[in-house]
Design a protein around this ligand. Sequence first.
Ligand SMILES: Cc1cc2nc3c(=O)[nH]c(=O)nc-3n(C[C@H](O)[C@H](O)[C@H](O)COP(=O)(O)O)c2cc1C
Length: 262
Amino acid sequence: MWARRASAISSPESNADPIGPSGLSLTGERVSDPLTKEEIRGLVAGYAQAAADAKRLGFDAVEIHGAHGYLIDQFFWENTNKRDDEYGGDIVGRTRFGVEVIEAVRAAVGPDFPIIFRFSQWKPVDYNAKLAPTPEALERFLAPLSAAGVDIFHCSTRRFWEPEFEGSDLNLAGWTKQLTGKPTITVGSVGLDSEFTSLFAEGKGADNVGLDALVERLARGEFDLVAVGRALLNDPSWASKIREDRAGELRAFTREALGSLS
Ligand SMILES: Cc1cc2nc3c(=O)[nH]c(=O)nc-3n(C[C@H](O)[C@H](O)[C@H](O)COP(=O)(O)O)c2cc1C
């Protein structure tokens, strides 16, 4: 028995005990009992309360994190969801927890408050993991989430320029937009590329790379928004320099920058 787990759910201060759909860690070890349905109901209500609080405090939107092996993604992934009730099973059954969270958040924030939903195929323990190995599977996975009330999908990839499936240049955000008709956010190493680290290994700095292709894909409508992490930390004027066609003025990445951002 993992008796302390219930207190971890009800008390935010006590987060030492892991929880999960089947009580498995991302690497497959048993770390707790599977969540009970009552606990699941409590968690769904917790997401809704958090979203309502965010709205009340003046935020403009909420983003529900269903990526990277966090709780919602643990329900999505067959390796961490071995449940035989309605929260498990095939790819559609495994979306049920996420769907309930989205529906509860929508009910809490009302029809006009934007809900962004972040998901990923990759997991921290397996960069090559695929929730959906084909476009057809991705469509089955996304349809219930979209219908539940998502306004924008944030499609997390580690390298935005990599095609998601063979036979098309579309990345995950491109496919998601095409399959759901909803706006999407792309992300992943914007301004960086695989040359980036090797240039540092050779003792050189690195320039921002791949931005023309990014802007061209954005203009073409493959995706609608771009999330930028490290490049923005390196140059806080990143967005205005791109918008004003001044990419040549972006700060080069220095050795110090790489040390703190990689
Ligand atoms: C050093 C580092 C740590 C990160 N840690 C997390 C994390 O703890 N949780 C998470 O969801 N994403 C994490 N990410 C991924 C970010 O959420 C985000 O996708 C990424 O940083 C944004 O893109 P970019 O920095 O590649 O432009 C991390 C990224 C980096 C570079």
